[in-house]
Design a binder for this molecule. Structure first.
Ligand SMILES: Cc1cc2nc3c(=O)[nH]c(=O)nc-3n(C[C@H](O)[C@H](O)[C@H](O)COP(=O)(O)OP(=O)(O)OC[C@H]3O[C@@H](n4cnc5c(N)ncnc54)[C@H](O)[C@@H]3O)c2cc1C
Length: 354
């Protein structure tokens, strides 16, 4: 059986981002890497969106970038500008193609379908396979989306909708969002934040068709692509091992209050690349503790007050946009944190804190 210096388990967003980062910085010139990935081929399966608060390796995989967005609750719309930190959407198909083409040029990088095909004892392992065994009470962010195309020019491609709470709230937090890629094409997603017992995923298609017809007033469209998935909004149970660190969702890179993960993965990849030669003795990369504490309180409020969350998110955006964006992207100062906290319903938050 073959042995490798490094092993990456899971060639998804985090595994491939790390392999690419190591490869372009010549860290795999004299070292070997095995990537364990069960899928047979890479096809577009997701779109990753985020505010560009720092540069990353995948500018050429951007499907669309916006400088303006809206957030809605019934009868109210807020317009927000974000030109200093544009909101970007990455097409996973372009991302996979770019990385696989680059990795295939390096004879020190090998792909396997299963970890049992190689020896692991003397390798350093980066694991992105999350242990998502979840308690009944843990929250998940569920999505389902249609990429639609219309005959007529119906979308304003200059502005996207981040959250539209003008929809059925049932027992969970529910909103739609719309990313217009062009005047005729857009991704429309329905999103629920809920534990597993309160979620009904059977009627996602009906919800989307109803929203597109009634809220967006679009009657005639075709569906080019469907996206469906769920992000765990709780810490993973992956065990710590001496010769292994966890990356991606498994490594705690998901911001628990929002599900945003992509840019955290890129920051983590850079951190590993910089510390690779002494990785075993390097401190683990973590999202700042303050976000873990604030997000845990936020999620408790969310779980117990789903019907108020639209208003809470809406109020948050009465802070300056850069403050909210920095906060949601884990780059806020203490002053910005306090500004955000000042917009929250204090009694509800204090109740959950104690
Ligand atoms: C539908 C959806 C939309 C999202 N949108 C956004 C967004 O807009 N912005 C954002 O910041 N984040 C978003 N996220 C969250 C996050 O960015 C993604 O989930 C991201 O893909 C996480 O990367 P990862 O490498 O941890 O997991 P994945 O990308 O899922 O990679 C894990 C890999 O492990 C492989 N694997 C599974 N089992 C094994 C095994 N036993 N052995 C080896 N390999 C295995 C899988 O095939 C997969 O390739 C989204 C998530 C989902 C589900």
């Amino acid at each position: 059986m073959k042995e490798f210096d490094y092993i990456i388990i899971g060639g998804g967003c985090a595994g491939l981002s790390l392999a690419y980062e190591l490869n372009i910085h010549q860290k795999l010139k004299n070292k070997t890497l095995a990537i364990i990935e069960p899928r047979d081929n890479y096809i577009k399966d997701k779109t990753w969106s985020f505010w560009k608060i720092f540069s990353h390796n995948f500018e050429d995989c951007i499907k669309k970038s916006w400088n303006n967005f809206t957030i809605n609750i019934p009868n109210h719309t807020k317009y927000v500008e974000c030109k200093n930190t544009p909101y970007q959407t990455i097409d996973s198909g372009l991302f996979y193609d770019k990385i696989i083409n680059s990795l295939n040029q390096n004879n020190n990088i090998f792909f396997f379908k299963d970890i049992s095909e190689i020896k692991t004892n003397n390798s350093f392992i980066f694991n992105s396979v999350a242990d998502v065994t979840s308690g009944e009470d843990n929250l998940w962010q569920h999505f389902s989306g249609f990429e639609i195309e219309t005959n007529k020019e119906l979308f304003d491609e200059e502005i996207f909708n981040l959250m539209d709470f003008d929809c059925d709230q049932k027992n969970s937090v529910h909103f739609f969002y719309t990313l217009p890629y062009s005047k005729k094409k857009a991704l429309v997603e329905t999103t629920w934040i809920s534990d597993l017992k309160n979620i009904s995923i059977q009627d996602y298609d009906d919800q989307l068709n109803h929203y597109i017809g009634n809220n967006l007033k679009i009657k005639d469209y075709k569906i080019n692509f469907k996206e469906v998935g769920a992000i765990p909004l709780f810490n993973m149970k992956n065990k710590k091992k001496n010769n292994q660190i966890n990356i991606g969702t498994a490594g705690g890179m998901t911001r628990l209050s929002t599900g945003y993960t992509f840019l955290n993965i890129q920051e983590h990849s850079k951190y590993i690349r910089k510390n690779l030669d002494n990785i075993q003795n390097t401190n683990l990369f973590k999202l700042k503790k303050k976000y873990q504490i604030l997000d845990n309180i936020f999620l408790k409020v969310l779980k117990n007050n789903p019907q108020n969350m639209g208003q809470i998110f809406f109020n948050m955006f009465s802070c300056p946009p850069e403050t909210v964006i920095n906060f949601l992207s884990n780059k806020s100062s203490v002053f910005e944190d306090l500004l955000i906290i000042s917009k929250m319903p204090k009694l509800k938050f204090l109740k959950q804190l104690f």
